[in-house]
Design a protein around this ligand. Structure first.
Ligand code: FAD
Ligand code: DHB
Length: 389
């Protein structure tokens, strides 16, 4: 089999790239290790920057997002019983949109299917060959049959545990990592959100986040120990803990109910450099991970897809290679800024096991500065709504 761009991974990065290429008549094949239902069963990000919304529009997949996405003009930040608001629209002129990653992915799968896009599910033993030559290829197994896909380029969109990053030789690849000493326990419940805006809460008992998917679907997270298991936490224990971490007047309004999903995610900052090796390009979680505080994971995946799409578009339209040649440098310049923001916001909001009394005072001073200083709020808002690309 032969295609122009072989895409490893049918998560949001791979699907968005495939659909954008399709709008320019560039052929691609997506190879996904799991099934469509499995991918759509993963509950992940919920906040979209305008950059991702614009890419979904460009891909012709934004109708449902515009109809069902909820615009958020600001966010609430609490510490103890104090709460303040950072107004995104006042400081940047731009809101964010609350619309789940699951829905983004579903819209992209529907669009690829409608356009007759080629997606192979349940692929195994994916191997990248000759990525540093002009004739790269991928071999894999599907339904017990060995397959070979020849292509012009390979997009490695296969997430943190994928094979693409590993295909870059160790003497070329440099990795940077910080692992945080806690996780996030998240639940989804069919209850109205406690507030119409998100609440990021720093409490002496640890971080909490009140988020949502729609007016009757809430998403809540609490900082938990890395040794915790979702089954250790009954719904009652979760709700009780959440109430203790958010301001009392908010806790009094919290509507609880059975959880319909419960999972724990570890927190990590990770970047691999470079993001291109020969004709292999890494996109999204395959190249970088942020801790979820500030919702940058999916949004940095989207900016990578933008830079790669623009590079490939110029290559196929008139043979220009400047876009693909500068891909890694452009993508990384933006990624590192999102890494800094996510690291800063995580450090500001969580309890760390080894935090000293001095460290805690620094956290409160940083929060009080943010609560009272318009310039600090503007800097936070600019990062939260997404730096331009
Ligand atoms: P992925 O979504 O990981 O997609 C990669 C795809 O590649 C997967 O479908 C996988 O099955 C497939 N794959 C892997 N290996 C292979 C292979 N060898 N061959 C073929 N296919 C392969 N971000 C936020 O902003 N907010 C959040 O609240 C948030 N929560 C998260 C919770 C969890 C548990 C995780 C893991 C991530 C979370 N993120 C969150 C991050 C966000 O979801 C990711 O940044 C986003 O999914 C990146 O998209 P992607 O397409 O690059 O990678
Ligand atoms: C959500 C997740 C985040 O990490 C975040 O900062 C905001 C919202 C969410 O899943 O809704």
């Amino acid at each position: 089999m032969k295609t122009q761009v072989a895409i490893i991974g049918g998560g949001p990065s791979g699907l968005l790239l495939s659909q954008l290429l399709h709008t320019r008549g560039i052929e691609s094949v997506v190879l996904e290790r799991k099934t469509r239902d499995y991918v759509l069963g993963r509950i992940r990000a919920g906040v979209l920057e305008q950059g991702l919304v614009k890419l979904m529009e460009k891909a012709g997949c934004a109708d449902r997002l515009h109809a069902e996405g909820i615009l958020h003009d600001g966010t609430l930040i609490s510490y103890g019983d104090q709460m303040f608001r950072v107004d995104f629209t006042e400081h940047t002129g731009t809101p964010v949109v609350v619309y789940g990653q699951t829905e983004v992915t579903r819209d992209l799968y529907d669009a690829r299917e409608k356009a007759g896009g080629q997606i192979a599910f349940n692929v195994e033993d994916v191997l990248i060959h000759d990525a540093d030559t002009d004739t790269p290829s991928i071999t894999y197994m599907v339904d017990g049959q060995a397959q070979r896909l020849e292509c012009d380029f390979i997009a490695g969109c296969d997430g943190f545990h994928g094979v693409s990053r590993q295909a870059i030789p160790l003497d070329v690849r440099r990795e940077y990592e910080k692992v945080y000493p806690f996780g996030w326990l998240g639940i989804l419940s069919e209850t109205p959100p406690v507030n119409h805006e998100l609440i990021y809460a720093n409490s002496p008992r640890g971080f909490a986040l009140c988020s949502m998917r729609n007016e009757n679907l809430s998403r809540y997270y609490i900082q938990c120990s890395l040794s915790d298991k979702p089954e250790d936490w009954t719904d009652a224990a979760f709700w009780q803990e959440l109430k203790r971490r958010i301001p009392a007047d908010q806790a009094a309004n919290l509507v609880t109910g059975p959880s319909i999903e419960k999972s724990i995610a570890p927190l990590r900052s990770f970047v691999t450099e470079p993001m291109r090796w020969g004709r292999l390009f890494l996109c999204g979680d395959a190249a970088h991970i942020v801790p979820p505080t500030g919702a940058k994971g999916l949004n940095t995946a989207a900016s990578d897809v933008h830079y790669l799409f623009e590079g490939l578009k110029a290559f196929y339209a008139d043979g220009r290679t400047d876009g693909i040649d500068s891909y890694s440098q452009k993508a990384l310049a933006r990624v590192w800024k999102a890494e800094r923001f996510s690291w800063w916001f995580s450090s500001l909001m969580h309890r760390y096991p080894d935090q000293s009394a001095f460290d805690l005072k620094m956290q409160v001073a940083d929060l009080e500065f943010l609560a009272s200083n318009k310039a600090a709020q503007k800097a936070m808002a600019e990062n939260y709504v997404g730096l331009p690309y």
